[in-house]
Design a protein around this ligand. Sequence first.
Ligand SMILES: *Cc1c(COP(=O)(O)O)cnc(C)c1O
Length: 364
Amino acid sequence: MSKYWNKLINDIEPYVAGEQPKPGQKVIKLNTNENPYPPTPKVREALEKFNLADLRLYPDTNSTDVIKAAAAFDGVSEENIFCGNGSDEVLAICFQTFFEKKALTGLPVLMPDYSYSFYPVFSEFYDLRRKTIPLKEDFRLDPDDYIGVPNCGIVFANPNAPTSRAIAVEDCSRIAEANPDSVVIVDEAYVAFEENYESAVSLIGKYKNICVVRTLSKAFSLAGIRLGYAVADKELIEGLRRARDSFNSYPVDRLAQKVAEAALLDTGYYNETRAKIIATRTWVEKELKELGFTMPPSSSNFVFAKPPVDCGALYQNLRSKGILVRYFNKPVLKDYLRITIGTDEEMTELLKAIREEIKDAENS
Ligand SMILES: *Cc1c(COP(=O)(O)O)cnc(C)c1O
């Protein structure tokens, strides 16, 4: 509390990011869904070619070269893409651009419970009404729950977090079709981690109200550069640009633009990395099930798994062994650990530690 803060800042409960280890601290970090593999070597090449003298100049406001690479990657035209400083920022600008303030509308933004916990924070921050829609008992998002419910907008992650489950693109299209007056934001942070994935980007030619949000943080191993983008009909993209230019007209710096462009162009490396993570996940799911864990089927680079022993204690004990996983101390979620898929070596360590913990719990 501070008398110098306004009411909003005094009242808001900010998003809590996953724990970051102290510099130099050696941990197995499986708590924020980062990619365990380095970005493509093309990134180094791009940085070596970078002319440092250019840093005196402001960057290209639209990130044109990144947009070109992203348009090629997603098979859309350049006018369908908007770049931002991480997809968190892109999502924030989407909320600001497409959803209406409480004072102006009685209508809520619809979002699943459970989903990315930034959505409720953005809703508070931008003074939006929200309505959370429970997932089914098996953590499935049912598109029917988003049909016939008055709203000023819809947002969900697909695959969802922290549950790891995905819905089909046809389900996204049903939601968009049934809500023609609202923008439907599909946050695809994890879409790459399904073998033969189909992105909702395939729908944007058909629906003017779908806005797909992408990030380079997870599948491209670039959480450190903060690059995210939206793919949508050009009318939506123009709105996002208006919002950006009323707030921060140079969100993506020159280095980030070069790095992102190089990464988006190397689809071979992207597919190799995806395949490795999918293979490790398949193996880890099997091992965890054999140890008595239960979990929804994962379409992402993490599993959302319920251990056969006390979850909070397991989280703490893994932490004291230098293995960080994500634990949400909230109803229902508190019985689950969200575990990022790391390298095979990291996951071997994790499984070994879990085996020890289960044995200890049985003996006590
Ligand atoms: C990680 C994540 C993001 C954030 O991505 P950044 O581009 O790093 O800001 C967005 N949405 C979901 C669901 C995520 O898990």
